[in-house]
Design a protein around this ligand. Sequence first.
Ligand code: G1P
Length: 287
Amino acid sequence: MKIRKAVFPAAGFGTRFLPATKAIPKEMLPLIDKPLIQYSVEEAKRSGLEEVIIVTGMGKTAIEDHFDISFELEMLLKERNKTDILRMVEELSNFIHFSYTRQKKPLGLGHAIHCAKNLVGMEPFAVFLSDDVIDAKTPVMKQMVNIFRQYPYSILAVQRVPKKDVHHYGIIEAKKIAPRVYKVIDMVEKPHSQDAPSNLAIIGRYILMPEIFTALEEIKPGKGGEIQLTDGLKALLKKQPVYAYEFEGDRYDAGDKLGFLKANVSFALKNSAINKEFRRYLKGLKL
Ligand code: G1P
């Protein structure tokens, strides 16, 4: 079955970036010259997905405006013969089909995904957490879609993390069944390092079976009093297999100040318009 739809939870308050995110959604913070969320929307498109469903909340209209047509801007660029920029802006509004739904209360990631139930319907779908920016030769979701052909169940992107960092992630207990592929046995959301079943951490890319919606309805609030996606997946695991895939690519936690800075530096070093000058600047820094 083809994966056509991508859900982007984007209702969080972005408290780690306050005050920058008081009036601007954290998804709109720029990595060089594109907002964070655009990187994962582009990944969705390059992975062959056709529809993007963004779960927004209060104060997030800038995301909708960003992916919409700006008639005034396009007119201005036309009048001034800025054809290259015009093409870029036009491409963005014709990029992929967008739908929006709102999470009315901040009840957790699992709850946010559940808000997309009616727009997704009864088909497997992808989830992107745009805080996780992944630089990969083959887009990570495309790698996962390929794995899904062989293992047509829910698939979680995972990466090994240092033991001291496991409390930031959903951690899986799993059995390796093929190169980079694991069968999930159990999982726990943000465990203390002494309780973690492994150091395989869930990263923000998922392929989910539609049965996740019923599973999310069955669970109680978990870590932080929120409806956790990890707990929903744990409930799903009782009914059908769940797999994990150790993706190929460099991942940045752009939801964190240091991770965001690292992502900016790495992307700047790869950006042909500025990398020479930027490299010279970095070399000249007296550290
Ligand atoms: C969420 C998930 C967690 C996962 C992480 C990946 O946590 O709840 O299981 O490991 O994303 O980025 P958050 O970072 O939103 O707190």
